[in-house]
Ligand binder design. Structure first.
Ligand SMILES: NC(=O)c1ccc[n+]([C@@H]2O[C@H](COP(=O)([O-])OP(=O)(O)OC[C@H]3O[C@@H](n4cnc5c(N)ncnc54)[C@H](OP(=O)(O)O)[C@@H]3O)[C@@H](O)[C@H]2O)c1
Length: 198
């Protein structure tokens, strides 16, 4: 398969590229580098799909959220999660459905905050829940046998030093274990699923 990983240089994306790269051709797309895409721009997404032909699977392991206490988070802060992590991934699918090969697949990334909230995490909770709902809804309408799933990881071992103060009592999972859920989504047959990891 030809698999494009948007965010494939990140903590999760690198592990996904390593797992699936053993069996498939991987193209890494980020806002820097050879295959450029800024998933916050519909023009940039369209350009990426026009420049890479015959894609079998799109994986998105990118997307920013705001991490601030409810008492101080602003509407502008909230918009970051909506414009970047939510609509970035949704637009990759809305535009991508016209380009992906028959029986192709989309795999999005949400996160466990959707149903396991922490202080300062409300933007992430809302955005992740919306991504999970989008996947379930899009699965029943995508054309040409296309499939769509989301991976919902808990805090990743490799990035816990950034966030562990917010996630006391959470058991981090290695990125390599999270990568298996992306393999299940791409190489399996299921659609409309959310795979919680950790
Ligand atoms: N790490 C965790 O503990 C954890 C846990 C649960 C969920 N998640 C979710 O998983 C996703 C990935 O997390 P991560 O920790 O692996 O992130 P990361 O290490 O910061 O990597 C982010 C990746 O996305 C790319 N990127 C950033 N902005 C982009 C844009 N506008 N368009 C296209 N690519 C862009 C980055 O490359 P460039 O900067 O070169 O573009 C990089 O490859 C996030 O949505 C995060 O919320 C992470």
């Amino acid at each position: 398969m030809k698999i494009v990983i948007v965010g494939g240089t990140g903590t999760i994306g690198k592990a996904v590229a390593k797992e699936l790269g053993q069996r498939h051709r991987i193209i890494v797309a980020t806002s820097h580098g050879e295959h450029k895409v800024d998933m916050t721009s519909v023009q940039s997404i369209e350009k990426m799909y026009q420049s890479i032909s015959d894609i079998d699977a799109i994986i998105i392991t990118a997307g920013k959220i705001s991490f601030k206490p409810l008492a101080v988070i602003t509407p502008e802060d909230y918009q970051i999660g909506f414009d970047n992590k939510l609509m970035g991934q949704v637009n990759m699918v809305l535009i991508g459905q016209r380009y992906l090969k028959e029986n192709g697949s989309f795999t999005l990334t949400s996160g466990r905050l959707s149903d396991d909230p922490v202080r300062s995490g409300s933007n992430g909770s809302v955005v992740n829940a919306a991504i999970n709902s989008f996947v379930k809804a899009a699965a029943i309408e995508l054309p040409k046998g296309m499939r769509i799933n989301a991976v919902s990881p808990t805090i990743i071992e490799e990035s816990k030093h950034h966030y562990e103060a917010f996630f006391r009592g959470f058991e981090p999972v290695p990125a390599a274990r999270v990568a298996l859920a992306y393999s299940k989504s791409v190489e399996g047959a299921q659609t409309g699923r959310v795979y919680p990891v950790g």
